[in-house]
Structures are given as C-alpha cells and as structure tokens.
Design a binder for this molecule. Structure first.
Ligand code: AFP
Length: 353
C-alpha cells in the first residue's frame, strides 16, 4: 500500500520550478540557489542522523579512529553549506552564525547578486541528547545588484523586510524544509527512500491564537515586572472562582520548551501560541541573533499570518547595526504576541488589578 497517492506527489525541485513560471522575466538564478541549498540540507540531514556515530565517522572535535582531524557537527554543517552555495556564482557573500566575519566565495567562483545568511545548526546544545536541531537561512539581494565585485558588510546589514526568501530545515522525527518567498509558507518533508523533499503542507497558516507558550522560564527573576505579571496572568485558570467561561480565553496556557528556537517556533507555527526570548537584566539585548535567527523566522511567521516583534517594534523593520547583533524576540500567533505587548507597554487591564 503506497503511503502517498502518487498523483499528489510534488517534490521541492518541481515546486520551486513551478513557482518560477509565475514570475515573467525570472532568470531562474534564485531557483538554482534553492536547489543548491536543498542539496546541502540533505547532506547535513544525513550527518545529523549519524551524529551518535561521530566518533567512528569523524565529526567529534577530536581525531577519529583513523587519526584524521574531525569536526563538531555545527562546524561541519557550516562548511557543507558554504561549499554547496559559494560555487553557484550567484552569491555576492554569505554570513554564518559560525563565522565572525562575512564570507566571500572563493575567487575562482564569480560574485552574483544574492546574499545568504544562515545559522548552520540552531540548538547545538541539543545535538548530543538526540533532540531536534535545525538550520535557519535567508536570502537578500545585494544593494547594487549589477555589481560583479565581492559583497560587503553593508549588503548583509539590511532590514528583514528586504529578505527575498527565508526558511529553515528541521532535523526532528523527520527532516522538514520550510520556506517562503513572500507568497505563503510551504512545508516539505524528506523521504530518504527516494532522496527527495515532498510537499506535505501548502500555504500553512498559524492559528490566530494558541494555548502554548514557549520560553526559558528559569530566567523569571531576571525579567521586568510587567513581564512577570504576564506569566502570572497566563497561568490563571479562566474557569475558577465562578468566572465566566470565555472560549477565547485559553488560560491556563501550556508550557512547551525544547531549547532549539527554530523547533519551538515550528511548533508554534503549526499549533499556535507564543515563543519568547526576552531581554533580561543580565542580557539587556536578549540572546537571539537578529540576522541569522529573528529575521528569517519572523518572515516565515508573518507569511503564515503571525506576528514577530522585539516587544514593541516589528522585527523585520529593525535596521541591523552589526552582523551578530542580538535582539529580544516575541513571535507567534497574532493575538498572543499582541497580548504580551500590552503587558510590556503597561496597557493590559490585568496590570491595574
Ligand atoms: P545553541 O545553538 O547555542 O544551543 O542556542 C540555541 C538558542 O540560540 C535558541 O535556539 C534557543 O531558543 C535558545 O538559544 C535557548 O537558550 P537558553 O538555553 O537560554 O534557553
């Protein structure tokens, strides 16, 4: 019995090519970039799946049994992605969470009009305990599209609303590839038996409101008082003490926290709710990276109908000032993000109780 009706099978390659036909004048350059990226993701996925065998296969930050130099999985993912993407001739530069500075394609390849930013393995502290990790990516056009010179830092420090595509791959119970080019969000699931990503969820929409919240609540005592109040509020039971049962009031919310931001945000995309990594008194800028994490994930969530802010300002409107800049992040279902924002700006009625 086939697990999928063959007539419904759409591969990522096929889907990307089909999308391109919708844009008269499209050169196909971007389609090639996504092909190269999906190839790199398949390699990373293969090696993530063998992570427990690293000592034998040689990916564990020491010498393997053959005495060869070996690498940590996140460094390895970084190198695979750079190598698969730089040779395309379509990138002016890359920037990776694993690299201090921008990365220019080697001189033997030409420089193209796109810029790629990526976090090769988000949630790397989860690698050794078999918990979901992922790769986050996004693409911009360089500022002077006609330039044949190497890209510059300025080309990468563009606000998120200028992203031309963004997405992520998740290495969980299966490998999924989620991406948007600004026309909705599509999810592809990897079928290792045929070596292809197959379309499994088209034009995904995030629920307007959800009952899950996701954060590292261990930092509660470091948060600002209004945010602490928000956590009191979401834990109250809306049905106790004879209070009216309001269907839109989903309290108490349920807590889910994987500690891999991209996985927590993927769950939020599907089930709804809120993911937050706020500023605290030891990290006043927050922890997550604007360029590699917040912007790509904000584009996906907004394209699915959700909201992403730093508590006040839309993430994708923020002008980055440095490559590894950190930012507080509140992201998820529109109603949940608006709700926490009302605590942060002091206008939520619960605060005056
Ligand atoms: P690592 O890649 O260093 O594990 O960081 C992951 C991350 O940036 C993000 O994916 C998580 O949501 C967040 O950090 C977890 O941070 P805490 O350990 O402070 O909860």
């Amino acid at each position: 019995m086939p697990i999928l009706n063959v007539s419904q099978l759409v591969t990522l390659e096929h889907y990307i090519a089909r999308e391109e036909y919708k844009y008269p004048g499209a050169t196909g350059e971007f389609t090639h970039l996504l092909h190269d990226l999906s190839f790199a993701i398949k390699i990373v996925s293969r090696d993530v799946r063998r992570a427990g065998l690293n000592d034998i296969l040689g990916l564990a930050n020491k010498e393997n049994v053959h005495g060869e130099e070996v690498k940590k999985l996140d460094e390895f993912a970084h190198e695979i992605i750079v190598s698969a993407m730089e040779r395309s001739g379509r990138l002016a530069l890359l920037a990776s969470e694993e690299s201090e500075d921008i990365i220019l394609p080697q001189k033997k390849y030409s420089y193209g009009k796109y810029v790629m930013v990526f976090d090769p393995l988000d949630g790397s502290s989860n690698i050794d305990v078999n918990v979901t990790i992922g790769t986050i990516f996004s693409f911009y056009k360089r500022i002077d599209e006609s330039s044949k010179e190497p890209g510059t830092l300025e080309d990468v420090l563009q606000p998120g609303y200028k992203q031309v595509a963004a997405g992520y791959a998740l290495f969980g119970s299966s490998t999924v590839f989620v991406y948007t080019t600004g026309h909705g969000v599509n999810v592809f699931t990897y079928d290792p038996t045929v070596g292809e990503f197959l379309l499994t969820n088209q034009n995904v929409k995030i629920p307007k409101k959800g009952k899950y919240y996701s954060t590292n609540e261990g930092y509660y005592n470091k948060w600002e008082p209004n945010l602490q109040q928000y956590f009191q509020f979401i834990k109250e039971d809306n049905k106790v003490n004879g209070k009216e049962d309001n269907k839109d009031d989903m309290r108490p919310y349920g807590l889910r926290y994987i500690g891999t931001g991209v996985a927590d945000i993927h769950r939020t995309l599907i089930y709804g709710g809120l993911y937050l990594y706020p500023a605290d008194n030891s990290m006043p800028q927050g922890k997550l990276r604007l360029v590699y994490e917040a912007n790509p994930l904000a584009m996906v969530i907004e394209q699915a109908g959700g909201r992403a802010t730093d508590g006040k300002t839309r993430i994708m409107d923020i002008e980055p000032t440095s490559l590894h800049q950190r930012i507080p992040l509140f992201i998820g279902s529109e109603d949940n993000v608006l709700e926490v924002e009302r605590f942060l700006d002091g206008t939520h009625p619960y605060l005056s109780k």
